[in-house]
Design a protein around this ligand. Structure first.
Ligand code: ADP
Ligand code: ZN
Length: 609
């Protein structure tokens, strides 16, 4: 098994649970596999498919997912195909012929077509196993319910001896039970991996206004030069605003939301997958059907409505296991918008509870990963050291006077103001609203001039979270002082605020350690004598360009040619012989033969004295 893993996929070792699952399937037994996105589910049925007689039938709900998987398999020299409505009928019948001949090791198929095929050619085919991908689609309770999936119970009836492996990244109990019963799995092995994604760094910024967000986003992307990422926004107009801002700064960006035509959406997705744009500014609609393994970062321009959404979106980064970064912006206006959504959703109490948990995560002063994982029912006994709270624990100070100033302003306006006017009063800003209400005459007018507006934004959000200020959602979102707030205002208790840290982390080079390995290099042989030094980063860049060139020739996404991880290994180990090239993690036999010459000659050229 180990040898096949290296030969076909180029991997040196199995990830947790993979080996166990594969052995189980090879014994002809059913299995339910719960693994997070990027956990490595595909290998669990692809490797058995290679080892068993006949064709593995993989049920998949989305054409784009099938396409990606088939491309990845073919790139490793494994015979695979997908039966779907994107093919011509001639193509489809050719595929069916190959399945009947047994030359196809894996056949991807949509559930509708499967029903059809069960009555047709599958009666004559040798089926090694059935893999039901995205198996949660079977459950009505889940978020991606697909009625066609509920017919999959017939598989066991028609093929009682063929093992079924159901795979999903959605782990809740009801869904799990639903999958087991509806697929009629027999004495199945249940394999549950940790849902932790330790390679994704988690961070939150509180109370930023759009100008500061923009600056922070540019700063963030500057640390991720050329690396793919997604900016998630709550509204279509925000996706457009952010996209325009990025373009103005020379960053290749595009938008994706439900208001675009199907063609526009497909184009955006294709451009992203093929690294033609670096950034997609999207509403939640984006990301579902893509397996791009080298998404390096996710920004939430607005807070999502629940931790489920948040974690799912964050999980689109770092599927290849390489360091990735997630940044969440959290502001009072998000809380207000999301509260409105929740109230109009018809399930107010559930959705308000979810929002509350989301907010608690955003306000966390303990390890964020612990909060996330415990929300999903997994307890870890240590801090992660890869979130902003672990790396930079919040400090508190006695903020009683600050809180009193704000509460006093609210009090003196008879609690008839919201965030913007409150800050105007504290800062002593004259504008129409202030003049119309004569707020300039208040004793607190200008009392908070020593604190910049952006910090007031942050402090006020903290006051809401600490329960000193309530928001009257049915009264134009005006602030109301709570009992706890009143105690602080009248000096009966004190208030602890978190010190605001504005400094953006310094541009950090992720590949710093390796970058110290300096590789001598001459310029292009044609431009002769000009000697220069190439370091790790430069070699990586050269390799990345070659990858892109090959991907364009073969019309597949660059990550199908090689993952970022493999490129990194190449840049680090700089193999100059095809033999050494083949030993690199991620290089299987097929890719070694196909790409060995091009990559090693580039490396040799780069290393040349
Ligand atoms: P999932 O379907 O669970 O989201 P995939 O099967 O697409 O995850 O795998 C995610 C990534 O991890 C892919 O890039 C895959 O090539 C890589 N991967 C899977 N198994 C291994 C392994 N044993 N060693 C190294 N990389 C692996
Ligand atoms: Zn942590």
């Amino acid at each position: 098994m180990q040898e096949l893993l290296k030969r076909y996929f180029g991997f040196d070792s199995f990830r947790p649970k993979q080996e166990e699952i594969i052995t189980h399937i090879l014994h002809g037994k059913d299995a339910l596999v719960l693994m997070p996105t990027g956990g490595g589910k595909s290998i669990c049925y692809q490797l058995p498919a290679l080892m068993m007689k006949g064709t593995a039938i993989v049920v998949s709900p989305l054409i784009s997912l099938m396409k990606d998987q088939v491309e990845a398999l073919m790139a490793n020299g494994i015979m695979a195909a997908a039966l779907n409505s994107n093919n011509t009928e001639t193509e489809n019948s050719q595929i069916i012929r190959m399945a009947l001949q047994g030359t196809l090791k894996l056949l991807y198929i949509s559930p509708e077509r499967l029903m059809f095929a069960l009555e047709g050619f599958l009666r004559d085919a040798v089926v090694s196993l059935f893999a039901v991908d995205e198996a949660h689609c079977i459950s009505q309770w889940g978020h991606d319910f697909r009625p066609e999936y509920t017919q999959l119970g017939v598989l066991k009836k028609q093929f009682p001896k063929v093992p079924i492996i159901a795979l999903t990244a959605t782990a809740d109990k009801i869904t799990r039970e639903d999958i087991l019963t509806q697929l009629r799995l027999e004495d199945p092995g249940i394999f549950i991996s940790s849902f932790d994604r330790p390679n994704i760094q988690l961070g939150v910024r509180r109370g930023y206004r759009s100008k500061e967000k923009n600056a922070a986003i540019l700063n963030f992307i500057a640390r991720h030069t050329g690396e793919s990422g997604i900016v998630y926004c709550l509204s279509r107009s925000n996706t457009e605003k952010v996209c325009q801002m990025l373009r103005q700064h020379g960053i290749k960006a595009t938008i994706y939301h439900a208001g675009l035509t199907a063609n526009q959406r497909d184009k955006a997705q294709e451009d992203f997958i093929n690294d033609r744009v670096q950034v997609v500014c999207a509403t939640i609609a984006f990301g579902m059907g893509i397996d791009k393994s080298n998404v390096r970062w996710i920004i939430h321009y607005n807070m999502p409505k629940s931790l489920e959404s948040y974690y799912q979106e964050v999980g689109r980064a770092g599927r290849d296991g390489m360091p990735s970064e997630a940044l969440l912006f959290y502001s009072l206006s998000d809380v207000i918008t999301l509260t409105e959504f929740a109230k109009e959703s018809g399930q107010e109490s559930i959705n308000m509870e979810k929002l509350k948990r989301m907010q608690q995560y955003a306000e966390a002063d303990i390890c964020r990963r612990r909060i996330l994982l415990s929300y999903f029912g997994e307890d870890i006994d240590h801090d992660c050291h890869n979130c902003d709270v672990c790396q930079n624990p919040p400090h508190r100070f006695d903020g009683t006077v600050i809180v009193q100033k704000a509460l006093s302003a609210v009090y003196r306006t008879e609690q008839q103001i919201g965030n913007t006017v409150l800050i105007d009063i504290l800062r002593g800003n004259f504008n129409q609203e202030i003049i119309a209400h004569d707020y300039a005459k208040l004793k607190t007018f200008g009392a908070g001039r020593d604190i910049p507006s952006r910090d007031w934004n942050d402090y006020i959000l903290q006051m809401v979270q600490l329960g000193y200020l309530g928001i009257a959602y049915n009264e134009h979102n005006h602030f109301k002082i709570t009992a706890a707030g009143s105690d602080v205002l009248f000096g009966k208790s004190t208030a602890q605020l978190v010190v605001i840290q504005r400094e953006e982390p310094k541009p950090k080079r992720k590949r710093k350690a390796e970058a110290s390995i300096l590789l001598p290099l001459t310029d292009r042989p044609t431009t002769s004598i000009l000697k220069k030094t190439v370091n790790y980063d430069e070699l990586f860049e050269l390799l990345r360009n070659l990858r892109k060139e090959i991907a364009a020739e073969e019309m597949v996404p660059p990550y199908i040619v090689f993952s970022d991880k493999t490129l990194q290994q190449l840049a680090l180990l700089h193999p100059t012989t095809i033999e050494a090239f083949g030993n690199v993690n991620g290089v299987g036999e097929y890719k070694k033969r196909k790409y060995g010459e091009r990559f090693t000659s580039l490396i040799r050229w780069a290393l040349q004295e």
